[in-house]
Each structure stands twice: as structure tokens, then as C-alpha cells.
Ligand binder design. Structure first.
Ligand code: FES
Ligand code: FES
Length: 173
């Protein structure tokens, strides 16, 4: 079908299947729906925050197929078939170690950036690329905290990194 301008018309909705926090979700979404809006508006997973909506603040960070992304920059239809983890899917009964470390280090003030910071930290630790405070700062530079809780955030991430590497060492001994 052609639109009035002569270009092919987009369908009103497109089927998308996602596994979100371990649960398969089959949805009909408008082609322009972002993953962020799908999570918040359709699935009621409002833990993922909308800050800038332009890929500049990191508040909307979620993990898709093992990688952290800004969900405001991804169209839901592009992620058809993907596995998505949001802040709601991190804990299963008890807090994820990164969540526990954020609590322990008081790594939030208003808390608005916190879900994105935590999701980014979880993926960063899995990536195994950050070893020092400077590297933690560098690799989390896409996550902006307007309250300036950065020092405590780095403390929290560093704590989990250290405990993870010591548990690797123990396993190897
Ligand atoms: S809301 Fe996505 S990066 Fe700011
Ligand atoms: S805790 Fe408020 S923006 Fe980070």
C-alpha cells in the first residue's frame, strides 16, 4: 500500500516478541515505538526511567542480549526476538549484589538515575573491562547523575568488582 506521498505506508502496528525478565511477551506495537516506551507504557515496567529521551543521560539503560543499551534509542521492532532485562528483573528474591552495594554505599540521592546506573554497572562487571576506579568512571560515563552521587556509585561498583575477582581467585585456588 502507498501513502498519499507515494511512499510505502507503514502498518499501524507490527507484531513483536520479546523475552522480558524471563517472560515471553507477544505484542503489537506501532513501528515508531521505542523500547523504552514499550517497557514503560505497554508493560508497566516503570523502573526504567526516561530522562533525556535522546541517548544522552543513560537513565533508560537496560540489558539486551547481554549488552547495555539506551532503550530510548532503540525501536521495539528492531529488538524482535531479543532477551531484555530491566531493573525489575535483576533480583530473584534477594537483591542483586550491585543493588545491595548501592544501598550499602548510599549511592543515590534522588535515585532517578539509579536504575540506569545499576543496569550499566551490572553489564560492565559482566564485560570484565573495568579494573580500576578510573575505568569504572570511563565505562560508565554515559550514565549521568545530576545529584552528583558519583563517588558513592564508583565505591559501590568497585566493591562488587573486588568481591567478584576475589571469588574468581578462590575458585581457581
Ligand atoms: S532517556 Fe535514554 S539516554 Fe536519556
Ligand atoms: S541520584 Fe539523582 S540523578 Fe543520580
Amino acid at each position: 500500500m502507498l501513502s498519499e506521498s507515494g511512499s510505502p505506508a507503514l502498518p499501524d502496528t507490527i507484531p513483536v516478541t520479546l523475552t522480558v525478565n524471563g517472560q515471553e511477551r507477544r505484542l503489537q506495537v506501532a513501528p515508531w515505538t521505542t523500547l523504552l516506551d514499550l517497557l514503560r507504557e505497554e508493560l508497566d515496567l516503570t523502573g526504567t526511567k526516561k530522562g533525556c529521551d535522546h541517548g544522552q543521560c543513560g537513565a533508560c539503560t537496560v540489558i539486551v542480549d547481554g549488552k547495555r543499551i539506551n532503550s530510548c534509542l532503540a525501536l521495539a521492532v528492531q529488538k524482535d526476538g531479543a532477551h531484555v532485562t530491566t531493573i525489575e528483573g535483576l533480583s530473584s528474591g534477594s537483591l542483586h549484589p550491585v543493588q545491595a552495594a548501592f544501598l550499602e554505599h548510599d549511592a543515590f540521592q534522588c535515585g532517578y538515575c539509579t536504575p540506569g546506573q545499576i543496569m550499566s554497572a551490572v553489564a560492565l562487571i559482566e564485560e570484565g573491562r573495568a579494573r580500576s576506579r578510573d575505568e569504572i568512571r570511563e565505562h560508565m560515563s554515559g550514565n549521568i547523575c545530576r545529584c552528583g552521587a558519583y563517588a558513592n556509585i564508583v565505591d559501590a561498583v568497585e566493591d562488587v568488582l573486588k568481591s567478584k575477582s576475589s571469588s574468581f581467585r578462590e575458585a581457581a585456588e
